[in-house]
Design a protein around this ligand. Structure first.
Ligand code: GSH
Length: 235
């Protein structure tokens, strides 16, 4: 049955699903929308909460990235969860802990002043510290066969690495194994294929959209790159 993924060029939740589909090597169609600014009628009709990702598999329509990933895992013979029930349960606990990383990142995006931004950075750092201890035990397994933990973490680590560059936060310096693993995961061809060619421009546009602490940093980086590229028409 033909699979269609409805996503957004910078949505980490949609990217989780795309990463899993790319690893599985199954063909799928990708449709991009901007759920914040322009929701087409066909999307409103299929997405109960009007959020991406949505996966359509014939008549089946699924939302919520964690539910979609579990479905893809079941479709592929349980390959994306450890077969040992205890290990699978521990992995699911880490998936829940990932919500704290997402929560901290969102607060970094939304902070209106430097103290609020640094509070959020501290939360992300603490959440990644817990994950670093888990990863130390399972990194060999994940390298051999990525599971739901790789699919779910890679997009968030990818955004985080952009935030590190834009805001010089150095969050990953206190989680060196996570940092090393993030680089490996994000360089995996199956992940690289999930990064849209407009990713950087879209992310910068998203970050610069409102008067947040991050928007000022993003504007500075954008002006510096424009200055480094030289005056328009000089090439
Ligand atoms: N819990 C959802 C979160 C999905 C989500 O927040 N998607 C964002 C884009 S990254 C969205 O569509 N937001 C639209 C809105 O909140 O109105 C999942 O895991 O799929």
């Amino acid at each position: 049955m033909a699979l269609t993924l409805v996503g957004n060029k910078i949505c980490p939740y949609a990217q989780r699903v795309a990463f899993c589909l790319e690893e599985a090597g199954v063909g799928y169609q990708l449709r991009y929308i901007d759920p914040y600014r322009e929701r087409p009628q066909w999307f409103i009709e299929i997405a109960p909460a009007s959020k991406v990702p949505v996966l359509q598999d014939g008549p089946l329509v699924l939302c919520e990235s964690d539910v979609i990933l579990e479905y893809l895992n079941d479709l592929h013979g349980g390959r994306y969860l450890p077969s040992d029930p205890a290990e699978a349960a521990l992995l699911r606990l880490q998936l829940r802990a990932l919500a704290s990383v997402h929560g901290g990142l969102n607060r970094m995006f939304e902070a209106h002043d430097e103290p609020a931004f640094h509070d959020a950075v501290a939360d992300v750092r603490a959440a990644l510290g817990g994950f670093e201890r888990y990863l130390a035990r399972v990194v060999g397994r994940e390298r051999a066969q990525p599971t739901l933990i790789s699919f779910s973490f890679a997009p968030v680590l990818h955004v985080l690495s952009w935030m590190e560059r834009i805001c010089a936060t150095e969050i990953l310096q206190s989680a060196l194994l996570v940092a090393e693993w993030a680089q490996e995961l994000c360089a995996r061809p199956s992940f690289v294929r999930t990064v849209h060619e407009d990713y950087q421009a879209e992310l910068m546009g998203f970050l610069m959209r409102n008067g947040t602490f991050v928007s000022c940093a993003a504007r500075r980086v954008s002006q510096l790159s424009a200055a480094a590229a030289g005056p328009a028409g000089s090439r």
